[in-house]
Design a protein around this ligand. Sequence first.
Ligand SMILES: C[C@@H](N)C(=O)N[C@H](C)C(=O)O
Ligand SMILES: [Zn+2]
Length: 204
Amino acid sequence: MNAPTVPCEAIHGHPDFRRLDSIAGIAVDLRYATADNFVGRDLYSPLDCHWLHKHAAAALEQSVAWLAAHKPEYTLLVLDALRPQRVQEQLWTTLQGTDLLAYIAEPARGSIHSFGMALDLTLLDAQGRELDMGTGFDDMSERSHPALEADMLAAGELSAQHLDNRRWLRDAMLHNGWHGINTEWWHFDCGDRLHVRRHYMRVL
Ligand SMILES: C[C@@H](N)C(=O)N[C@H](C)C(=O)O
Ligand SMILES: [Zn+2]
């Protein structure tokens, strides 16, 4: 682990980080701060994880503006943002012995979440209901893989509506400096992940 580090407890007031409540027009439901996640318990309390690096916060504001211009009835719902290294290690440990480790960044290499430069998110409709993306958040199956969507559609595993819903999320993010990954429709890195690992501060 070569990147400079900062403990999560020291983020408040740090000039490089912004709290999610400083970003207008988003909804927030951090699933790892609840029992509604694949581990089944709150992994964040008493830590406050409502943070992003200021560069990711600015990119998220652009995504909000893009969505407001192109699909104003939809709202971005943030499911995870800054994820301290210590929590990444717990997620990694939870999946040891399974064939699901491809869905978690190896802690030694570093999750982009641990730099405050990644987001997990979905979309809400005008009534505040989550759009149906074909799978839920952290559903670790091939139906969640953006890279396999065309095959899943052909096989009847996903519908055209699921793909359309995912496309709105992806367009809002990819037009504004974010990069998706092949295995999770909900995950986006801000900028180049190799650059982030080399030049940003990791939150412990
Ligand atoms: C665990 C999942 N929500 C996630 O964020 N996976 C990526 C690959 C990560 O661990 O950084
Ligand atoms: Zn993620």
